[in-house]
Design a protein around this ligand. Structure first.
Ligand code: 5GP
Length: 337
């Protein structure tokens, strides 16, 4: 590093192409990047244009990128236009919707997606493994991904045992499929904030406790959870250092081609079921993914596009294996201080 270079690293939260930017002082001097790239900011003296290199790109020279301030201004200027876009009517919430607080309008921490300051992190073997949170719209295949990861290496991956107030079925064992508890106990646990998330389904409560997550981590396994994005915020702490994986649908054309009929495994009796998706299901999946990305994108460390399931699954597994190597992982800087 030369005297005026900084050790400031950021994860970019938007795509940037200097070729398409009429405001850049010199196009050849610009540095293009994709959302998710790690950039080293080498000079921040100018309020409007920073100089940065792309990390991991050995012959990347420093180039101009929009400063945080400029990008925030650009996003703010684009916002009023969005108000005139036709809005989709949110899908009706059905009795099968289990999440306790699904915010249809995605309220919560909206952050202008610019740059997130990150720092390199190498796992200390004395620390528990990083929690892995799978996030994505309904129908994108989160539970199937979780199930296949578990099957692929049951000694390495684990899932928390949820609580429920429903009757235990004949073949089930308390503490294996679920912790079976009374409504009274469940409601007390809600009051005492023991659940990360809970919901009601066909008159019964279901929920995942913080303690059940700690149990899996304590067994030195990678704890897998598929959660609503607002639950990610609760777990986005130094203690868990979650690796948040956003599983997103491919284009609508690809969905039409590959997902008219999807097979999945019933959680009730492990039989194979076939679901036929409608055009409206595809549109909902895509608009819900877009809303998640724009409100919670700053929390996502990995993005996997689930067009072809086998390819998406292999990519996810390969990415998660990287968490086990000595290579540094880029995590929010506040988790390292
Ligand atoms: P079952 O009663 O057939 O075992 O499960 C019924 C539904 O409860 C399934 O769709 C299952 O995914 C859901 N479920 C199981 N555990 C949890 C949980 O911890 N939280 C929530 N919100 N739903 C759950």
């Amino acid at each position: 590093l030369s005297a005026n270079e900084t050790m400031l690293f950021v994860r970019s939260l938007f795509d940037y192409n200097p070729e398409e930017d009429p405001a850049i002082p010199c196009r050849q001097a610009g540095l293009g990047f994709k959302s998710g790239d790690i950039l080293q900011i080498v000079n921040q003296e100018d309020d409007t244009w920073w100089q940065a290199c792309r990390h991991g790109d050995s012959n990347s020279r420093a180039g101009l990128i929009p400063s945080r301030q400029l990008q925030e201004r650009r996003v703010a200027l684009q916002r009023p236009k969005a108000l005139f876009k036709p809005q989709r009517v949110p899908k009706k919430v059905t009795g099968d919707d289990l999440s306790n607080k699904p915010p249809p309008e995605m309220g919560g921490a909206t952050q202008t997606p610019t740059y997130l300051e990150v720092a390199p992190y190498c796992r200390d073997p004395k620390e528990g493994r990083r929690l892995v949170l799978l996030v994505g719209p309904s129908g994108v295949g989160l539970s199937e991904m979780k199930r296949r990861l578990l099957l692929s290496d049951p000694d390495h991956y684990g899932v928390p045992v949820p609580h429920t107030t429903r009757e235990k079925r004949k073949q089930e064992k308390d503490g294996v499929e679920y912790h079976f508890v009374s409504r009274q106990t469940f409601e007390m646990d809600i009051v005492n904030h023991k659940f990360l998330e809970y919901g009601e389904h066909r008159g019964n409560y279901y929920g995942t406790s913080l303690q059940s997550v700690h149990k899996v981590i304590g067994e030195d396994k990678v704890c897998l959870l598929d959660v609503q994005p607002h639950t990610v915020q609760r777990l986005h702490t130094t203690e868990f250092k979650p690796c948040v994986v956003f599983v997103k649908p491919p284009s609508i054309q690809e969905l039409r081609f590959s997902r008219r009929k999807a097979t999945f495994i019933s959680t009730q009796d492990m039989t194979k079921l076939t679901k036929t998706f409608s055009e409206e299901d595809f549109e909902d999946m895509i608009s819900s993914a877009e809303a998640m990305d724009s409100h919670y994108g700053h929390l996502f460390e990995m993005v996997v596009v689930n067009g072809d399931f086998a390819m998406a699954f292999n990519k996810l597994r390969a990415e998660l294996e990287k968490l086990e190597t000595a290579a540094p992982q880029w995590i929010p800087v506040e988790w390292t201080s």
